[in-house]
Design a protein around this ligand. Sequence first.
Ligand SMILES: NC(=O)c1ccc[n+]([C@@H]2O[C@H](COP(=O)([O-])OP(=O)(O)OC[C@H]3O[C@@H](n4cnc5c(N)ncnc54)[C@H](OP(=O)(O)O)[C@@H]3O)[C@@H](O)[C@H]2O)c1
Length: 269
Amino acid sequence: MNYWNGKTVLVTGASSGIGRALVQQLLQNGARVAACSRRLDAMQAALGPETEQLLLFAADVSVPDACEAFVAAAVAKFGGVDVLINNAGISMRALFAEVSFDVLRELMDINFWGTVYCSRFALPHIVSRKGVIAGISSIAGYRGLPARTGYSASKAAMQAFLESLRTELLPSGATAIWVSPGFTASNIRNVARDASGKSQGETPLKETQLMSAETCAGHILHAVERRTRNLVLTRQGKLTVWMNKLFPGLTDTLVYRHFLKEPDSPLKK
Ligand SMILES: NC(=O)c1ccc[n+]([C@@H]2O[C@H](COP(=O)([O-])OP(=O)(O)OC[C@H]3O[C@@H](n4cnc5c(N)ncnc54)[C@H](OP(=O)(O)O)[C@@H]3O)[C@@H](O)[C@H]2O)c1
């Protein structure tokens, strides 16, 4: 029996990248999906029109009322919630000495607070179905990355939040998990904020050589299905987390050198 068939799943950040791939695979597996992002037109272009199985909802997850309205619309259409995947997120590339506080705040507002708001509004529905709250974190949630101070802090906070929540939920039968992808092909680096808050406009990586968003989404859905407490993806990602645990000083140097080599690295200044 297919785990997803007939389940109601909420996915944030569905207009692009990993979120889009999650929605497509969930629909193929018979789930009913409520998808949100800030841009309804981009979601329609990425996923097609709304159907009986798919709700498209324009919501900025950094706004609590918008998260509440998203969950309410999903419950009104589908009658409940089994799984919430907190996927919406943005990144940055700028030195801490130069980055505006507004950029750091925006990262926390979307990546951390967006997860908190959506989780809170979906919680009673998920508990009543003994379901799953998932967060899409990052290797940066385990290992702070240079020129990504706000991003790393937002993902570490997300992980600590979900770990606490999972423990609180122990007697309920519901659970909270997170998945930390390594580098995955998507739009995230194109729209990553520079020091002043503008999108940097291009990616410093060869996106075609990275894990695909579809492969990443497959791993995420498998982790939710198996209630894997936390999953780290890609060989490089697993190695980084492991090295950081055993040799944190050496890992500081290796991580610095890695990001120094990026085209236009802010570390070269
Ligand atoms: N790609 C990677 O290498 C990588 C690695 C580790 C972790 N991740 C994590 O994976 C998640 C998905 O990222 P991605 O790589 O698929 O990036 P992406 O292609 O840029 O997609 C990000 C999605 O989030 C949505 N979003 C951004 N701000 C939002 C807001 N305030 N409210 C609602 N939706 C918002 C965007 O839609 P709108 O612009 O329409 O709102 C878009 O649909 C993120 O949490 C990211 O941190 C990615």
